[in-house]
Design a protein around this ligand. Sequence first.
Ligand SMILES: *Cc1c(COP(=O)(O)O)cnc(C)c1O
Length: 377
Amino acid sequence: MIKQPTLYRPNWVEINLGNARQNIRSIAKHLSPGAKIMPVIKDNAYGHGSVEFAKALLKEKSVWGFGVASLEEAVTLRDNGINSPVLLLGAFYPFDYLKDALKYKVTPTITSVKALRHYSKFANKAGRTGRFHLKVDTGMGRIGLRPGELDGFIEKLRAHKNLVMEGVFTHFSSADSSGDHTKFQIREFGKVIEDIKKAGLNSVLFHAANSAGIMKFHEAHFSLVRPGLAIYGLLPFADSQKYVATKPILSWKTRIADIRYIPKGMPVSYSRTFITKRDSLIAVLPAGYGDGYNRLLSNRGYVKVGNKTAPVAGRVTMDLTMVDVTGLRNVKVGDEVTLLGSGVSAEDIAGLCSTISYEITCNINSRVPRIYSGETC
Ligand SMILES: *Cc1c(COP(=O)(O)O)cnc(C)c1O
């Protein structure tokens, strides 16, 4: 049982790290022989807590190291004693961050000859060897060297004796939806791999697959895979559980602060978008868009009180949300309410907000404490 937190304002997230580790094991079982896992823990592990995740997941032998979005995120891991490989998935300008990447032993992604030159200069000054991964754009159209620029890049790389290209990777744009485009990207990446091997560059780690890619394209496992979503028990596509069964790990909870009698024909919340159709019981929840409870859930979302469903009544406000509990039996002030989790899936809530599950957990604000269980499974 998870220890109930003592909070002045009951609004918290429970996270089961044991289930996260089991999700890693389920992914590992699905992988081609030899492939290892680079869990993607950017944006504070999609809102789940990057330090806690890194510490828990490092207990799994299949984990190689982590992928993050920025040097700031990587430094947070280093400051908390995480010494495993950390790859910066993003590439930035100005290039000065490459200097501190060396200092913190964080592996940057390089996407141009210009960045290579700067990195080499910083490595030289620091008297260090600069490891990096090269990103190639095979059809995402975001960051990365174009495959046509590869030969020129390798030629320039040979001149920088203080740099080591530890990895080469690409990123799928549509592994959850388009088999054809993903297969095209895999073919393009295959040519990149051939070119690199022909150039005599050995022991390079190749990686491409995000969660959907891992599930649907075995041929894309290469040396490493980069799951985000699947670790968090979120579903990259509707029937993804058939490919890799993952367990949910996050529940967002609150407690009913008040239950108000509102007579028929009266408004609830800002701008009177909800008018009671009957004499009503309206529960007030200490959760709002200031916590990351999306305002698009106004008059659209729902919560669970025990196993009963209560619809959101009126506008979600910054700190409070009202739900209609008229006719629900035995509902009382202080009852635990599930905003997200069992019976309220991130996929469903995302659908109501016309977005994706990623955004739902990423948006849970830092003022909502995260409470962890299952660390020692
Ligand atoms: C976010 C990200 C991932 C993880 O994607 P999921 O769909 O969450 O598995 C993998 N690789 C890169 C480069 C990313 O930016």
